[in-house]
Design a protein around this ligand. Structure first.
Ligand SMILES: C=C(O[C@H]1C=CC=C(C(=O)O)[C@@H]1O)C(=O)O
Length: 446
């Protein structure tokens, strides 16, 4: 089921034209932009490529259930079919931002209130920081006339030029109390049960996750939080999705799900983890141990194989790069880049649907893994570990996997982290790994 609505609540605005106007701006800090605008806002800051911030909703696409990927694509195609032609390829072109829930049985309740099974927003105001400058774009569906959109562009440009906040982040709010979904004893039982199932033979890997709810000492400032993540995680995808209800889903994820530009696809396998050492020598020792670990190589190769298999129906050629170490501030991972050239023009959402969930966040085979996750986990994954990103009118786009993430409302946040369980998994080592993976979000809050 899909619904499409404009920012002011009218249903189905797709019969009117989609008018978009843009203008180059002097450089300005992302922090200033986020400070200047009230929710709903989106932010997408990848390690490679333009940063885009969005504010307001010119149109919103919501979809639920098993057809949600198709429903979003079809609604977007209808919306973009009314776009002024020359806006298709330029910097600052209109993009739909959003993401999906991990599973199509998702219910938007509890901390996930406001998050549909899929939600994409065409912002009313979009700011793009790229190698070709900073661009302000104003999008409107069915405006009274084009001049109204141009006036809005003038007004927003004036408002933004008055924004003064610099990029320096304020202090974290602090954590007053913590509550785990899963005790260490319960985790040991869960991992042992998963290993038993793997030994019985119908499951090879499952990624089990935990959630950690924290009460904050002060209400969360999202602009400050994102500025802190910019400083600590410049090599990760930093994202914010903020639907109308004031809920925030954010993260600093190292994992690219897929990006599509023309017919070129970039993706990766990221799985298999170890900690960081206290010295460069210790770091290197841990990295070498990971590179040689049969357990982690098995856990990792299941992901690489599944990614290649899912791409095969689309791609004439698939190239697998070298397996190396990805070093992050709290953990190190095995990483293999995978690239492909498509046989035909495809929409990035077709690739997102084919790849999600990879065995880096679900498991293998997928159905047995999902069954195990559902039987084991006592909390709702919501949008954790699911695709988050953007796409444009041509069907190009970029999606990350929403891990190292949290959902927050006012002064309460829920953090998520998981670990891949295979036959050789040791429950206590997997427990320690999960605690390290909370690091990016916990450090940005306390
Ligand atoms: C599921 C998570 O991480 C995945 C990505 C990298 C390494 C992983 C691992 O070694 O288990 C996980 O597959 C998470 O951070 O919540």
């Amino acid at each position: 089921m899909e619904s499409l609505r404009s920012g002011d609540g009218r249903r189905d605005p797709i019969d009117g034209p989609l008018v978009t106007r843009r203008r180059e701006l002097d450089d300005l800090s992302r922090r200033a932009v986020l400070d200047a605008f009230e929710p709903p806002r989106e932010l997408w800051t990848p390690p490679d490529g333009p940063t885009v911030a969005g504010w307001g909703a010119a149109a919103t696409i919501d979809a639920d259930g098993p057809d949600r990927f198709d429903a979003v694509r079809e609604a977007a195609e209808r919306l973009f079919s009314h776009l002024d032609g020359d806006a298709e390829r330029v910097v600052g072109r209109p993009r739909l931002f959003g993401g999906f829930a991990f599973h199509d049985e998702h219910e938007p309740a509890g901390p996930w209130k406001g998050f549909a099974g899929a939600r994409f927003v065409l912002p009313q105001v979009q700011i793009t920081w790229s190698d070709d400058g900073v661009w302000l774009t104003v999008n409107a569906v069915d405006p009274p006339d084009d001049a109204a959109v141009e006036r809005r562009l003038d007004d927003v440009a004036a408002e933004i030029s008055a924004a003064t906040a610099d990029g320096r982040p304020g202090a974290p709010p602090g954590v007053a109390s913590r509550e785990r979904t899963t005790s260490r004893t319960e985790w040991r039982r869960q991992v042992r049960a998963a290993v038993d199932r793997i030994e019985r033979g119908d499951l090879r890997k499952v990624v089990l996750a935990q959630a950690l709810s924290v009460d904050l000492d002060a209400p969360l400032s999202i602009p400050d939080l994102l500025a802190r993540l910019d400083r600590s995680y410049p090599d990760c995808y930093r994202f914010l999705v903020q639907p109308d209800e004031g809920a925030n889903f954010f993260g600093a994820t190292p994992e690219r799900l897929v990006s599509l530009s023309g017919r070129t696809v970039e993706t990766e396998a990221l799985a298999g983890s170890t900690g960081r050492g206290d010295t460069p020598e210790e770091d290197e020792w841990l990295a070498n141990e990971l590179l040689d670990s049969e357990k982690d190589i098995h856990e990792h190769e299941l992901v690489a194989e599944a990614v290649r298999e899912q791409l095969e129906p689309f791609a004439g050629s698939i190239r697998t790069g070298q397996r190396t170490i990805r070093t992050l501030p709290t953990v190190q991972h095995l990483q293999t880049p995978i690239t492909a050239e498509l046989d035909d023009v495809e929409h990035v959402l077709s690739l997102v649907e084919a790849l999600h969930p990879t065995p880096a966040v679900g498991g293998f085979p997928p159905d047995a893994a999902w069954e195990t996750i559902k039987e084991t986990e006592t909390f709702d994954r919501g949008w954790y570990a699911a695709p988050v990103g953007w796409f444009d009118a041509a069907g190009n786009g970029a999606f990350a996997v929403g891990i190292r993430s949290a959902v927050a409302r006012e002064d309460r946040a829920t953090l998520f982290a998981g670990a891949g369980i295979v036959a050789d998994s040791d429950p206590d080592r997997e427990w320690d790994e999960v605690q390290l993976k909370y690091g990016p979000m916990l450090d940005s809050l306390e």
